[in-house]
Write a protein that binds this ligand. Structure first.
Ligand code: GUN
Ligand code: ZN
Length: 428
């Protein structure tokens, strides 16, 4: 049986990137309504046009609320949900003190299930409909998040985090077991319903050259999988990588040498990049993932959004939960704006919204399925109330246009601004 709905509101879609030539706001279009049929967007336009398209569909009237594609969070660690906002450490100490002990618990499938469901509850409440998550070394942690997403009909990407050195006992695999376990998980989950697999070496300090080589071989066997890792997040980390890989030209080279640089590769943080690294990332069309709340929280540095966009890099936006200090892509956009300000290059609201939807979807190579509202796209939507608190409402009444109003919600909004979330054509 066919399921049909029409949503009325201010429906926002993008016809191009607001980072391309031209005024950022001209990249976006507003329509009065969106029609949904069988989990997909059937059309956008006036309410009369949508009624003509789907004459029997029930109408959900959101008045002047903003309807946009559900947020896409391109880099998260769902197993770090319970240790978010842990005080006082920089990257390596933060991993050893807070992260690794917590990740140790995910060999317990019941605990992994509990956190996976809690994590998806929290992100859905914040309007995020797709995430790309690291798991832990335990296959159970991957089964847990994929099962939870499958039950909810959600499109997510995830992968078993692989580490065979510089991690505590109980949190290391081997080159062979990482290969075999990941291979089996790909067979079980990749392409099933809306799920996709990312081969996931955590970062080069926690993998031996043998393990990186095994991951490269696995990616060559499954070229349609994504590959996610971390790159040049903190200065101390980069110095450590130099001592671990004395032959490497730079940090990226520790991946490139083992076949771990590619168009379907996602490189989290990418703050302190050298010229050669920027050149090679651009050449391959690899995706850089900006994690602004994490970069300020862990004290990593300021991502060069404008410079990297200007040279044509593919860039997504992400919370990096729990190194990042929020589950909210609104808060994450606000932090991206603040990082831009510290670099003297403020981002337009249209650019922020694009990064959190189409930009991140393109980083995941899913831009034809999610991250925009257009015919044939999957109906993952978020409905935003642009007057969700008294503080925001009083600012919105003074807004000269939609962008001023949206910007107040980006800077000050939280899950109270999320009026409704649609996943695969169903309100959740
Ligand atoms: N680098 C390697 N692992 C991690 C992680 O879990 N979080 C962050 N922010 N950086 C990392
Ligand atoms: Zn990360």
């Amino acid at each position: 049986m066919s399921t049909e709905t029409i949503l009325k509101g201010q429906v926002l879609s993008f016809s191009r990137s607001p980072f391309d030539e031209g005024a950022p706001q001209d990249a976006a279009q507003l329509s009065e309504a969106v029609a949904i049929r069988d989990g997909l967007v059937a059309g956008t336009g006036s309410l009369a046009e949508m009624r003509a398209l789907l004459p029997r569909a029930p109408l959900v009237d959101h008045s002047d609320k903003l309807i946009l594609a559900g947020f896409v969070d391109a880099h998260v660690h769902y197993p770090q949900t319970a240790i978010i906002a842990s005080w006082g450490k920089r990257l390596i100490d933060w991993l050893n003190t807070y992260t690794f002990p917590e990740e140790m618990r995910f060999g317990d499938r019941a605990y992994a299930n509990e956190v996976a469901n809690r994590y998806l509850d929290l992100t859905t409440a914040n309007g995020t409909t797709t995430v790309c998550s690291f798991c832990t070394i335990h296959p159970e942690s991957v089964d847990a998040i994929f099962s939870a997403a499958q039950t909810r009909g959600q499109r997510i990407v995830a992968g078993k985090t692989c580490m065979d050195r510089n991690a505590p006992d109980g949190l290391r695999d081997t080159p062979q077991s990482a290969y075999d376990d990941s291979d089996a998980l790909i067979a079980r989950w990749h392409g099933v319903d809306r799920l996709g697999y990312a081969i996931t070496p955590r970062f080069s300090p926690t993998s031996t050259p043998d393990q990186l080589e095994a991951m490269g071989a696995l990616w060559a066997k499954h070229p349609d999988c994504l590959m996610q890792t971390h790159l040049s997040e903190q200065v101390d980390e980069i110095a450590w990588v130099k001592t671990l890989f004395p032959q490497a030209r730079d940090y990226l080279d520790t991946y490139e040498e083992f076949g771990l640089l590619g168009a379907r590769g996602l490189y989290g943080h990418a703050i302190h990049l050298e010229e050669r690294e920027r050149h090679r990332l651009r050449e391959f069309g690899a995706a850089l993932v900006h994690c602004p709340t994490s970069n300020t929280f862990i004290g990593s540095g300021l991502f060069d959004m404008n410079g990297l966009m200007a040279e044509g890099q593919r860039i997504g936006l992400a919370t990096d939960t729990g190194g990042g200090s929020s589950f909210s892509m609104l808060r994450t956009m606000a932090a991206a704006y603040e990082v831009g300000q510290l670099r003297g290059t403020p981002l337009h609201a249209a650019q922020l919204l694009w990064l959190a939807t189409q930009g991140s979807a393109a980083a995941l190579r899913l831009e034809h399925k999610i991250g925009n509202i257009a015919p044939g796209m999957e109906a993952d939507l978020v409905v935003l109330d642009l007057a969700s608190t008294p503080a925001i409402a009083q600012r919105t009444t003074r807004a000269a246009d939609l962008w001023e109003a949206v910007f107040a919600t980006i800077m000050m909004g939280d899950d109270r601004a999320v009026a409704e979330v649609w996943i695969g054509g169903r309100a959740v």
